[in-house]
Design a protein around this ligand. Structure first.
Ligand SMILES: Nc1ncnc2c1ncn2[C@@H]1O[C@H](COP(=O)(O)OP(=O)(O)OP(=O)(O)O)[C@@H](O)[C@H]1O
Length: 228
């Protein structure tokens, strides 16, 4: 069980979010929806412990262990993985080398992982020279290769064409077989392919409405401002 308890987050020394709480188990899909700039990415980065995204209150628990203050690599070794909204454009690093390095630790077959997100034809390409959509699929491959217990996925459906969205959804379905899946999205296009179990709307500094799929329908009908 992965639990975020009454979390407050500051970014660049400025208070951004407060009182964020949720729990999620492996096999569950949790969507965090909200408008641009509300703090969705910052929440995932703070959970992961990325420098500059500070947890100033509350706790992050993995199977009862308080992991709030652990460093990102320590959280990764316990099974947390983050797919960035805009993946780092690593110069001079080839896709196959990165994936095989991760798979060496987790004992996966990097060519099989690459096939899931259809980047097996990109294994010899430099990550920094991929297109935006290719880069996002490679980013998902790195998360798959980590075999996480908790996958934090930032905007998997932004900048992705309709066919690639099907591939992205396939990867997410693969991930959720073993992991708790937390997906941040402002458009929720991915919901056509991967319905959520739980949904929360982040608005005005915290979660304003949480529930099941009906919250997603309400967002489409009323928008964020109309809902809260
Ligand atoms: N490193 C940073 N330093 C200072 N401010 C930041 C930093 N990162 C994000 N912010 C600010 O924090 C706020 C929330 O940004 P964040 O990227 O978390 O929003 P978001 O909800 O993910 O938005 P979007 O849907 O547009 O991706 C924004 O006002 C942003 O400018």
């Amino acid at each position: 069980m992965f639990t975020v308890e009454n979390l407050s987050v500051a970014v660049g020394g400025r208070a951004l979010l407060g009182g964020v709480s949720f729990s999620i188990s492996p096999g569950e899909v949790f969507y965090i929806l909200g408008p641009n700039g509300v703090g969705k990415s910052s929440l995932l980065k703070a959970i992961m412990g990325i420098p500059g995204y500070e947890v100033v209150g509350g706790r992050v628990l993995l199977d009862g262990e308080d992991i709030t203050k652990l460093k990102p690599f320590e959280k990764a070794s316990r099974g947390l993985a983050l797919a960035f909204q805009i993946p780092p454009r690593l110069q001079g690093v080839r896709v196959g080398v990165l994936l095989s390095n991760i798979c060496r630790k987790t004992k996966c077959d990097y060519r099989e992982v690459a096939k899931v997100v259809e980047v097996d034809h990109l294994l010899d390409r430099e990550i920094g020279k991929l297109s935006g959509g290719e880069g996002k699929r490679v980013e998902l491959a790195t998360v798959l290769a980590q075999r996480p217990r908790v996958a934090l996925i930032d905007e998997p459906d932004s900048g992705v064409d309709v066919e690639s969205l099907v591939i992205v959804a396939r990867a997410l379905k693969e991930l959720v077989k073993d992991a708790a899946l937390i997906i941040v999205t402002h458009g929720a296009h991915i919901a056509r392919h991967l319905p959520p179990d739980k949904v929360c709307v982040l608005y005005g500094g915290g979660f304003k409405k949480c529930g099941g799929r009906e919250v997603l329908d309400a967002v489409f009908t009323y928008g964020f401002a109309g809902l809260v």
